[in-house]
Write a protein that binds this ligand. Structure first.
Ligand SMILES: *[C@@H]1O[C@H](CO)[C@@H](O)[C@H](O)[C@H]1NC(C)=O
Ligand SMILES: *[C@@H]1O[C@H](CO)[C@@H](O)[C@H](O)[C@H]1NC(C)=O
Length: 392
Protein backbone atom coordinates (compact mmCIF):
# COMPACT_ATOMS: atom_id res chain seq x y z
CA UNK A 1 0.00 0.00 0.00
CA UNK A 2 2.84 2.32 0.88
CA UNK A 3 4.42 1.49 -2.42
CA UNK A 4 1.21 2.26 -4.24
CA UNK A 5 0.93 5.61 -2.47
CA UNK A 6 4.50 6.37 -3.40
CA UNK A 7 3.76 5.53 -7.03
CA UNK A 8 0.71 7.75 -7.03
CA UNK A 9 2.72 10.55 -5.50
CA UNK A 10 5.43 10.14 -8.11
CA UNK A 11 2.89 10.12 -10.89
CA UNK A 12 1.32 13.33 -9.56
CA UNK A 13 4.72 14.94 -9.12
CA UNK A 14 5.72 14.00 -12.66
CA UNK A 15 2.45 15.41 -13.88
CA UNK A 16 2.94 18.71 -12.05
CA UNK A 17 6.51 19.03 -13.21
CA UNK A 18 5.43 18.34 -16.74
CA UNK A 19 2.78 21.05 -16.54
CA UNK A 20 4.92 23.89 -15.34
CA UNK A 21 6.12 26.04 -16.86
CA UNK A 22 3.49 25.91 -19.61
CA UNK A 23 4.57 25.92 -23.28
CA UNK A 24 7.93 24.40 -22.43
CA UNK A 25 7.86 20.64 -22.92
CA UNK A 26 10.60 19.06 -20.88
CA UNK A 27 11.08 16.14 -23.18
CA UNK A 28 14.69 15.85 -24.21
CA UNK A 29 13.91 12.76 -26.22
CA UNK A 30 11.64 12.23 -29.25
CA UNK A 31 7.93 11.73 -28.66
CA UNK A 32 5.61 9.95 -31.09
CA UNK A 33 3.14 12.12 -32.98
CA UNK A 34 0.01 11.27 -34.89
CA UNK A 35 0.60 10.44 -38.56
CA UNK A 36 -2.76 12.05 -39.38
CA UNK A 37 -1.85 15.40 -37.87
CA UNK A 38 -2.06 18.42 -40.19
CA UNK A 39 1.24 19.86 -39.04
CA UNK A 40 2.97 16.49 -39.36
CA UNK A 41 1.69 16.11 -42.91
CA UNK A 42 2.96 19.58 -43.75
CA UNK A 43 6.39 18.76 -42.31
CA UNK A 44 6.41 15.51 -44.30
CA UNK A 45 5.60 17.47 -47.47
CA UNK A 46 8.47 19.89 -46.91
CA UNK A 47 10.88 17.08 -46.08
CA UNK A 48 10.00 15.24 -49.29
CA UNK A 49 10.32 18.39 -51.34
CA UNK A 50 13.80 19.08 -49.95
CA UNK A 51 14.69 15.44 -50.53
CA UNK A 52 13.67 15.70 -54.19
CA UNK A 53 15.69 18.89 -54.58
CA UNK A 54 18.78 17.28 -53.07
CA UNK A 55 18.85 14.45 -55.62
CA UNK A 56 20.66 14.53 -58.95
CA UNK A 57 19.32 11.29 -60.29
CA UNK A 58 16.00 9.49 -60.66
CA UNK A 59 12.40 10.64 -60.43
CA UNK A 60 10.72 12.89 -57.87
CA UNK A 61 8.91 11.11 -55.07
CA UNK A 62 5.44 11.93 -53.80
CA UNK A 63 3.95 11.14 -50.41
CA UNK A 64 1.38 8.38 -50.11
CA UNK A 65 1.24 8.46 -46.33
CA UNK A 66 3.19 9.21 -43.19
CA UNK A 67 4.21 5.81 -41.83
CA UNK A 68 5.70 6.89 -38.53
CA UNK A 69 6.75 10.17 -36.93
CA UNK A 70 8.61 11.30 -33.82
CA UNK A 71 9.27 14.86 -32.76
CA UNK A 72 12.22 15.86 -30.63
CA UNK A 73 11.57 19.34 -29.25
CA UNK A 74 14.75 21.11 -28.12
CA UNK A 75 13.98 24.33 -26.21
CA UNK A 76 14.92 27.37 -28.30
CA UNK A 77 16.26 25.26 -31.17
CA UNK A 78 12.85 24.09 -32.37
CA UNK A 79 12.42 20.44 -33.31
CA UNK A 80 13.97 17.53 -35.09
CA UNK A 81 11.40 15.28 -36.77
CA UNK A 82 12.18 11.62 -37.35
CA UNK A 83 9.97 10.77 -40.30
CA UNK A 84 9.23 7.45 -41.98
CA UNK A 85 7.36 8.17 -45.21
CA UNK A 86 5.69 5.85 -47.68
CA UNK A 87 6.38 7.22 -51.14
CA UNK A 88 5.59 6.75 -54.82
CA UNK A 89 7.77 7.61 -57.75
CA UNK A 90 6.27 10.29 -60.04
CA UNK A 91 6.76 10.92 -63.74
CA UNK A 92 8.92 14.03 -63.11
CA UNK A 93 12.67 13.70 -63.23
CA UNK A 94 14.41 15.33 -60.25
CA UNK A 95 16.11 17.76 -62.65
CA UNK A 96 12.72 18.88 -63.98
CA UNK A 97 11.52 22.26 -62.76
CA UNK A 98 7.88 21.16 -62.71
CA UNK A 99 6.11 21.93 -59.45
CA UNK A 100 5.52 18.95 -57.19
CA UNK A 101 1.76 19.24 -57.66
CA UNK A 102 2.17 18.73 -61.41
CA UNK A 103 4.08 15.50 -60.89
CA UNK A 104 1.81 12.48 -60.93
CA UNK A 105 2.50 9.02 -59.58
CA UNK A 106 2.88 6.46 -62.36
CA UNK A 107 -0.01 4.28 -63.48
CA UNK A 108 -0.42 1.28 -61.19
CA UNK A 109 1.25 -1.29 -63.43
CA UNK A 110 4.36 0.90 -63.77
CA UNK A 111 4.49 1.99 -60.14
CA UNK A 112 7.66 2.24 -58.16
CA UNK A 113 7.08 2.59 -54.43
CA UNK A 114 8.90 2.41 -51.16
CA UNK A 115 9.89 4.04 -47.94
CA UNK A 116 12.09 6.97 -46.92
CA UNK A 117 13.44 7.92 -43.56
CA UNK A 118 14.24 11.57 -43.02
CA UNK A 119 15.57 13.80 -40.26
CA UNK A 120 14.03 17.23 -40.64
CA UNK A 121 14.81 20.29 -38.58
CA UNK A 122 12.15 22.93 -38.12
CA UNK A 123 12.39 26.14 -36.12
CA UNK A 124 9.34 28.25 -36.85
CA UNK A 125 10.30 31.43 -34.94
CA UNK A 126 13.65 31.51 -36.74
CA UNK A 127 12.08 30.54 -40.07
CA UNK A 128 14.24 27.49 -40.53
CA UNK A 129 13.20 24.37 -42.44
CA UNK A 130 16.08 22.05 -43.13
CA UNK A 131 16.51 18.45 -44.22
CA UNK A 132 19.40 17.02 -42.19
CA UNK A 133 19.55 13.57 -43.77
CA UNK A 134 17.53 10.93 -45.63
CA UNK A 135 17.68 7.47 -47.10
CA UNK A 136 15.08 5.69 -49.21
CA UNK A 137 14.47 2.22 -50.60
CA UNK A 138 12.24 1.70 -53.64
CA UNK A 139 10.92 -1.32 -55.50
CA UNK A 140 8.77 -1.75 -58.61
CA UNK A 141 5.23 -3.03 -58.00
CA UNK A 142 5.02 -6.83 -58.05
CA UNK A 143 4.80 -7.86 -61.70
CA UNK A 144 3.26 -11.15 -60.66
CA UNK A 145 0.30 -9.38 -59.07
CA UNK A 146 0.00 -6.93 -61.95
CA UNK A 147 0.14 -9.70 -64.51
CA UNK A 148 -2.68 -11.42 -62.68
CA UNK A 149 -4.89 -8.31 -63.08
CA UNK A 150 -3.63 -7.12 -66.45
CA UNK A 151 -1.79 -9.73 -68.50
CA UNK A 152 -1.20 -7.35 -71.43
CA UNK A 153 0.05 -4.34 -69.51
CA UNK A 154 3.54 -3.13 -70.36
CA UNK A 155 6.15 -4.29 -67.91
CA UNK A 156 9.61 -3.04 -66.98
CA UNK A 157 12.53 -4.30 -69.04
CA UNK A 158 16.19 -4.52 -68.25
CA UNK A 159 17.98 -1.34 -69.28
CA UNK A 160 20.74 -3.50 -70.74
CA UNK A 161 18.34 -5.00 -73.32
CA UNK A 162 19.80 -3.92 -76.71
CA UNK A 163 16.30 -2.97 -77.91
CA UNK A 164 16.14 -0.37 -75.16
CA UNK A 165 19.24 1.39 -76.46
CA UNK A 166 17.93 1.03 -80.00
CA UNK A 167 14.63 2.68 -79.02
CA UNK A 168 16.53 5.54 -77.36
CA UNK A 169 18.95 6.03 -80.24
CA UNK A 170 16.30 5.89 -82.95
CA UNK A 171 13.89 8.21 -81.18
CA UNK A 172 16.68 10.71 -80.45
CA UNK A 173 17.73 10.56 -84.12
CA UNK A 174 14.17 11.48 -85.02
CA UNK A 175 14.24 14.37 -82.55
CA UNK A 176 17.56 15.62 -83.92
CA UNK A 177 16.38 15.35 -87.51
CA UNK A 178 13.46 17.64 -86.67
CA UNK A 179 15.69 20.09 -84.85
CA UNK A 180 16.55 23.17 -86.92
CA UNK A 181 20.12 23.40 -85.74
CA UNK A 182 21.01 22.26 -82.25
CA UNK A 183 21.74 18.57 -81.86
CA UNK A 184 21.48 16.46 -78.74
CA UNK A 185 23.17 13.33 -77.55
CA UNK A 186 22.16 10.58 -75.16
CA UNK A 187 23.27 10.83 -71.54
CA UNK A 188 21.56 7.70 -70.25
CA UNK A 189 18.34 5.74 -70.29
CA UNK A 190 16.45 6.27 -67.03
CA UNK A 191 13.49 3.92 -67.49
CA UNK A 192 12.20 1.38 -69.99
CA UNK A 193 9.07 -0.71 -70.42
CA UNK A 194 7.93 -3.08 -73.11
CA UNK A 195 4.76 -4.70 -74.28
CA UNK A 196 3.90 -7.24 -76.94
CA UNK A 197 1.17 -6.15 -79.35
CA UNK A 198 1.51 -7.97 -82.67
CA UNK A 199 5.20 -7.22 -82.22
CA UNK A 200 7.47 -5.71 -79.59
CA UNK A 201 6.73 -2.20 -78.29
CA UNK A 202 9.49 -0.44 -76.40
CA UNK A 203 8.99 2.73 -74.35
CA UNK A 204 12.02 4.55 -73.00
CA UNK A 205 12.84 7.65 -70.95
CA UNK A 206 16.31 9.09 -71.33
CA UNK A 207 18.33 12.18 -70.47
CA UNK A 208 19.88 14.26 -73.22
CA UNK A 209 22.64 16.84 -73.32
CA UNK A 210 23.57 19.40 -75.91
CA UNK A 211 25.91 18.07 -78.51
CA UNK A 212 28.73 20.29 -79.65
CA UNK A 213 27.77 19.46 -83.21
CA UNK A 214 25.25 21.42 -85.17
CA UNK A 215 23.18 20.09 -87.98
CA UNK A 216 25.26 21.72 -90.70
CA UNK A 217 28.41 19.92 -89.57
CA UNK A 218 28.56 16.68 -91.45
CA UNK A 219 30.47 14.88 -88.77
CA UNK A 220 32.00 15.87 -85.48
CA UNK A 221 33.56 13.73 -82.86
CA UNK A 222 34.57 16.37 -80.35
CA UNK A 223 32.14 16.23 -77.45
CA UNK A 224 32.24 17.99 -74.15
CA UNK A 225 31.78 15.01 -71.88
CA UNK A 226 30.97 16.99 -68.76
CA UNK A 227 27.95 18.93 -69.98
CA UNK A 228 24.89 18.49 -67.79
CA UNK A 229 21.61 16.91 -68.91
CA UNK A 230 19.31 19.53 -70.42
CA UNK A 231 16.16 17.50 -70.83
CA UNK A 232 14.26 14.25 -70.56
CA UNK A 233 12.83 12.50 -73.62
CA UNK A 234 10.10 9.90 -73.90
CA UNK A 235 10.62 7.73 -76.93
CA UNK A 236 9.00 4.64 -78.35
CA UNK A 237 9.96 2.05 -80.90
CA UNK A 238 7.18 -0.08 -82.26
CA UNK A 239 8.13 -3.03 -84.38
CA UNK A 240 5.02 -3.96 -86.34
CA UNK A 241 4.76 -6.95 -88.67
CA UNK A 242 5.43 -4.72 -91.70
CA UNK A 243 7.10 -1.56 -90.54
CA UNK A 244 8.51 0.06 -87.49
CA UNK A 245 7.40 3.34 -86.03
CA UNK A 246 9.32 5.72 -83.83
CA UNK A 247 7.97 8.52 -81.67
CA UNK A 248 9.58 11.10 -79.42
CA UNK A 249 8.76 14.04 -77.15
CA UNK A 250 11.28 15.89 -75.03
CA UNK A 251 10.87 18.12 -72.00
CA UNK A 252 13.64 20.66 -71.44
CA UNK A 253 14.57 21.56 -67.88
CA UNK A 254 15.36 25.16 -68.84
CA UNK A 255 13.72 27.17 -71.63
CA UNK A 256 15.46 26.54 -74.96
CA UNK A 257 15.87 28.97 -77.81
CA UNK A 258 14.44 26.60 -80.39
CA UNK A 259 12.49 23.55 -79.44
CA UNK A 260 11.64 21.29 -82.32
CA UNK A 261 8.85 18.79 -82.31
CA UNK A 262 8.75 18.53 -78.53
CA UNK A 263 6.55 19.87 -75.80
CA UNK A 264 6.89 23.44 -74.68
CA UNK A 265 9.82 23.87 -72.37
CA UNK A 266 9.03 24.03 -68.70
CA UNK A 267 9.01 27.69 -67.76
CA UNK A 268 8.34 27.60 -64.07
CA UNK A 269 10.66 30.01 -62.32
CA UNK A 270 10.85 28.05 -59.13
CA UNK A 271 13.89 28.18 -56.92
CA UNK A 272 15.83 24.93 -56.85
CA UNK A 273 17.28 25.51 -53.42
CA UNK A 274 14.31 26.00 -51.15
CA UNK A 275 11.08 24.24 -50.45
CA UNK A 276 8.63 26.32 -52.45
CA UNK A 277 5.17 26.94 -51.23
CA UNK A 278 3.20 25.26 -54.01
CA UNK A 279 3.13 21.81 -52.55
CA UNK A 280 -0.20 20.04 -52.19
CA UNK A 281 1.16 17.95 -49.39
CA UNK A 282 1.92 21.00 -47.30
CA UNK A 283 -1.40 22.48 -46.23
CA UNK A 284 0.25 25.04 -43.92
CA UNK A 285 2.25 26.48 -46.73
CA UNK A 286 1.43 30.12 -46.12
CA UNK A 287 2.59 30.10 -42.54
CA UNK A 288 5.70 28.12 -43.25
CA UNK A 289 9.08 29.64 -42.71
CA UNK A 290 11.80 29.19 -45.26
CA UNK A 291 15.49 28.73 -44.69
CA UNK A 292 18.33 29.52 -47.04
CA UNK A 293 21.00 26.98 -46.19
CA UNK A 294 24.21 26.77 -48.09
CA UNK A 295 24.17 23.84 -50.43
CA UNK A 296 26.41 21.02 -49.34
CA UNK A 297 27.06 17.41 -50.23
CA UNK A 298 24.09 15.10 -50.81
CA UNK A 299 22.42 14.23 -47.57
CA UNK A 300 21.26 10.78 -48.49
CA UNK A 301 20.61 8.26 -51.18
CA UNK A 302 17.80 6.35 -52.83
CA UNK A 303 18.40 2.66 -53.39
CA UNK A 304 16.44 0.61 -55.90
CA UNK A 305 15.74 -3.03 -55.10
CA UNK A 306 14.04 -5.61 -57.34
CA UNK A 307 10.35 -6.48 -57.31
CA UNK A 308 9.51 -8.15 -53.95
CA UNK A 309 8.07 -11.23 -55.67
CA UNK A 310 10.97 -11.58 -58.10
CA UNK A 311 13.44 -11.76 -55.26
CA UNK A 312 12.01 -14.90 -53.68
CA UNK A 313 14.20 -17.96 -53.33
CA UNK A 314 13.22 -20.81 -55.66
CA UNK A 315 11.57 -22.78 -52.85
CA UNK A 316 8.70 -20.33 -52.42
CA UNK A 317 8.00 -19.75 -56.13
CA UNK A 318 4.98 -22.08 -56.10
CA UNK A 319 3.08 -20.09 -53.52
CA UNK A 320 0.36 -17.58 -54.17
CA UNK A 321 1.38 -13.92 -54.25
CA UNK A 322 -0.38 -13.33 -50.93
CA UNK A 323 1.56 -16.01 -49.12
CA UNK A 324 4.80 -14.93 -50.68
CA UNK A 325 4.38 -11.32 -49.59
CA UNK A 326 3.75 -12.30 -45.99
CA UNK A 327 7.06 -14.12 -45.73
CA UNK A 328 9.10 -10.97 -45.59
CA UNK A 329 8.93 -8.91 -42.45
CA UNK A 330 8.14 -5.25 -43.11
CA UNK A 331 11.68 -4.25 -42.11
CA UNK A 332 13.15 -6.63 -44.67
CA UNK A 333 10.74 -5.64 -47.40
CA UNK A 334 11.93 -2.02 -47.45
CA UNK A 335 15.12 -1.82 -45.43
CA UNK A 336 16.08 1.80 -44.82
CA UNK A 337 18.89 2.75 -42.52
CA UNK A 338 19.25 6.29 -41.24
CA UNK A 339 21.40 6.89 -38.21
CA UNK A 340 23.51 9.99 -37.83
CA UNK A 341 24.68 8.48 -34.57
CA UNK A 342 24.61 5.14 -32.78
CA UNK A 343 25.16 6.71 -29.36
CA UNK A 344 21.92 6.23 -27.36
CA UNK A 345 22.67 9.53 -25.57
CA UNK A 346 22.73 11.30 -28.93
CA UNK A 347 25.24 13.59 -30.50
CA UNK A 348 25.37 17.32 -31.02
CA UNK A 349 25.22 18.50 -34.58
CA UNK A 350 26.49 21.97 -35.41
CA UNK A 351 23.85 23.77 -37.47
CA UNK A 352 25.15 27.31 -36.97
CA UNK A 353 25.28 27.78 -40.75
CA UNK A 354 21.47 27.77 -40.78
CA UNK A 355 21.34 30.68 -38.37
CA UNK A 356 22.77 34.00 -39.39
CA UNK A 357 23.80 35.07 -35.90
CA UNK A 358 27.31 34.75 -34.49
CA UNK A 359 26.43 32.25 -31.75
CA UNK A 360 26.95 28.53 -32.12
CA UNK A 361 23.76 26.54 -32.70
CA UNK A 362 23.64 22.84 -31.95
CA UNK A 363 20.96 20.22 -32.37
CA UNK A 364 20.83 16.92 -30.57
CA UNK A 365 20.40 13.96 -32.90
CA UNK A 366 19.63 10.49 -31.63
CA UNK A 367 19.56 7.03 -33.19
CA UNK A 368 16.41 6.76 -35.34
CA UNK A 369 13.54 5.78 -32.99
CA UNK A 370 12.22 2.24 -33.41
CA UNK A 371 8.62 1.27 -34.04
CA UNK A 372 8.10 -0.32 -30.57
CA UNK A 373 5.87 2.41 -29.19
CA UNK A 374 4.79 4.51 -32.11
CA UNK A 375 1.51 6.40 -32.12
CA UNK A 376 -1.64 4.35 -32.60
CA UNK A 377 -2.52 6.79 -35.37
CA UNK A 378 0.36 5.49 -37.48
CA UNK A 379 0.60 4.73 -40.32
CA UNK A 380 -1.65 7.60 -41.34
CA UNK A 381 -4.42 7.45 -43.97
CA UNK A 382 -3.16 6.75 -47.49
CA UNK A 383 -5.78 8.60 -49.51
CA UNK A 384 -6.23 7.13 -52.97
CA UNK A 385 -3.13 4.99 -52.90
CA UNK A 386 -3.65 1.39 -53.97
CA UNK A 387 -2.65 -1.13 -51.24
CA UNK A 388 -0.44 -2.90 -53.82
CA UNK A 389 1.95 0.04 -53.67
CA UNK A 390 2.01 0.64 -49.90
CA UNK A 391 4.92 -0.76 -47.93
CA UNK A 392 3.75 -3.16 -45.19
C1 LIG B 1 22.04 5.39 -45.88
O1 LIG B 1 22.01 4.09 -46.42
C2 LIG B 1 23.29 3.57 -46.77
C3 LIG B 1 23.05 2.21 -47.37
O2 LIG B 1 22.13 2.26 -48.39
C4 LIG B 1 24.19 3.50 -45.56
O3 LIG B 1 25.46 3.06 -45.94
C5 LIG B 1 24.29 4.87 -44.93
O4 LIG B 1 25.03 4.78 -43.74
C6 LIG B 1 22.91 5.40 -44.62
N1 LIG B 1 23.03 6.75 -44.10
C7 LIG B 1 22.84 7.02 -42.83
C8 LIG B 1 23.02 8.45 -42.45
O5 LIG B 1 22.51 6.19 -42.01
C1 LIG C 1 -7.66 11.88 -39.93
O1 LIG C 1 -8.09 13.13 -39.48
C2 LIG C 1 -9.30 13.58 -40.06
C3 LIG C 1 -9.64 14.95 -39.53
O2 LIG C 1 -8.52 15.62 -39.06
C4 LIG C 1 -10.41 12.59 -39.72
O3 LIG C 1 -11.59 12.98 -40.35
C5 LIG C 1 -10.01 11.20 -40.20
O4 LIG C 1 -11.00 10.27 -39.80
C6 LIG C 1 -8.68 10.80 -39.63
N1 LIG C 1 -8.29 9.53 -40.23
C7 LIG C 1 -7.77 8.52 -39.53
C8 LIG C 1 -7.46 7.29 -40.29
O5 LIG C 1 -7.57 8.61 -38.34
Amino acid sequence: MALLRLLVFCALAACCVARSPPQTPLASFPLPRSCNDTEVRAVAGFALQSLNQDRKDGYKLSLSRVHDVWEHFQEDMGSVFYLTLDVLETDCHVLSKKAQKDCNPRVLHESVYGQCKALFHINKPRRVLYLLAYNCTLRPVSQRKIHFMCPDCPGPVDLSDPRVLEAATESLAKFNSESPSKQYSLVKVTRATSQWVAGPFYFVDYLIKESSCTKSQASCSLQSSDSAPVGLCHGSLIQGPLEKSVSVTCEFFEPQAQVPGGENPAVTQESKKQPSADDDEAPQKNKAPVSSPSVTAPKGSVQHLPDLDAEKPEASKGKSPGEAAEEKSPEDAFPVQLDLTTDPQGEKLDVSFLYLGPEEKKLVVLPFPGKESRSTECPGPAGETNPLVLPP
